[in-house]
Design a protein around this ligand. Structure first.
Ligand SMILES: [Zn+2]
Length: 328
């Protein structure tokens, strides 16, 4: 039976476990599913995100619940993973990709509108929860999840629960003037000066400016005066292309510094990597080697690894969030 053919009896509470409805809300699509029990997830629908109208957004979520919730589980929680920030104090969301949610206290407003507990977390935090509980971080007490997507994000979980901290930005290693400005390449080709590129957060020299897909492209443009997609650059690197290899060598040198510091600071024993770049396994392996050369606690086994829940981490993490009752 396909996921979309799931029938109401399957949604009944097994052995007293409360099912959690969950949605992974990105700028383009909403993935909607249900977690009947911890570690179990059924994808029910994938529909376009109404990103510009709050009323349309709320209506779509209500319709999803209406279509999929049986009467017996009317009050089961609904947990959202959203591409944006959720302030842990005010509950207000900020999202560049889903502008209609910006300024809305998602949990509070949706709980009232939908008549069931609604919880919301950002996508990096939900991936962190998924990895810590059901992914590469299983069995690890401290999990630092690094997201290398369009930009750079991250999250920290201890004993399976998120550490939120002031402002809800714990684990956001992508911002702050932290990048080195010189790189001495191991091939002896001299010292390269790297400017502090200005960042969308208002600072300059952030890991976000070179760490994600757009960052690699920026670095490549600076070093070689060439406009290429991150996909093309990383493909050329794996083919042994000289220019791409230089870009990746500079990238690794610059990005391994702040990531090693994050490991030292948090005591993480595993760093699952999410985001689009995580699928480039050779890149993650090189980041792992570069980070392990820099951390204080030397180890031989891999530390920085591709996330195991790249596809369903948002939904699964939202389900964990709902189950843990981490209200925003
Ligand atoms: Zn920044």
């Amino acid at each position: 039976m396909s996921a979309l053919e799931i029938t109401a009896p399957l949604l009944q509470e097994p052995q007293g476990e409360k099912p959690v409805f969950c949605a992974d809300i990105g700028g383009s699509f909403i993935k909607f599913g249900v977690s009947p029990a911890p570690g179990r997830l059924v994808l029910l629908e994938k529909i376009p995100t109404p990103s510009t109208s709050w009323d349309g957004f709320v209506g779509t979520l209500c319709d999803l619940i209406q279509r999929n919730a049986g009467s017996g589980i009317a009050l089961s929680p609904f947990a959202l993973s959203i591409a944006g920030l959720v302030d842990p104090v005010t509950g207000a969301a900020t999202s560049a990709n889903i502008p209609c949610v910006t300024g809305h206290r998602l949990s509070e407003e949706l709980t009232e509108l939908m008549g069931r507990p609604v919880l919301a977390g950002n996508d990096a935090d939900c991936l962190t929860l998924a990895e810590a509980n059901e992914g590469a971080g299983r069995g690890h007490s401290v999990v630092f999840c690094a997201v290398l997507g369009t930009g750079v994000g991250g999250g920290l979980a201890v004993d399976g629960r998120l550490v939120r901290g002031a402002g809800g930005v714990t684990g956001e290693w992508g911002h702050g003037p932290i990048l080195n400005t010189t790189v001495d390449l191991e091939d002896g080709n001299g010292r390269i000066f790297i400017p502090r590129f200005s960042c969308g957060c208002g600072q300059a020299g952030c890991a976000d400016t070179i760490g994600g897909a757009r960052g690699i492209e920026r670095l490549h443009r600076f070093l070689h005066d060439k406009d290429e997609s991150s996909h093309a650059i990383l493909g050329s690197w794996q083919q042994g292309d000289e220019a791409a290899s230089r870009t990746v060598a500079v990238y690794l040198d610059l990005m391994a510094d702040p990531l090693a510091l994050a490991v030292n600071l948090t005591g993480a024993s595993i760093v699952p990597v999410g985001g689009g770049l995580a699928s480039v396994t050779p890149l993650i392996e090189e980041i792992d080697k570069a980070v392990r050369r820099r951390i204080l606690h030397r180890r031989n086994e891999p530390l920085v690894v591709p996330a195991e829940r790249l596809d369903d981490g948002g939904l699964l993490g939202a389900a964990v969030l709902g189950r843990q009752g981490e209200a925003q």
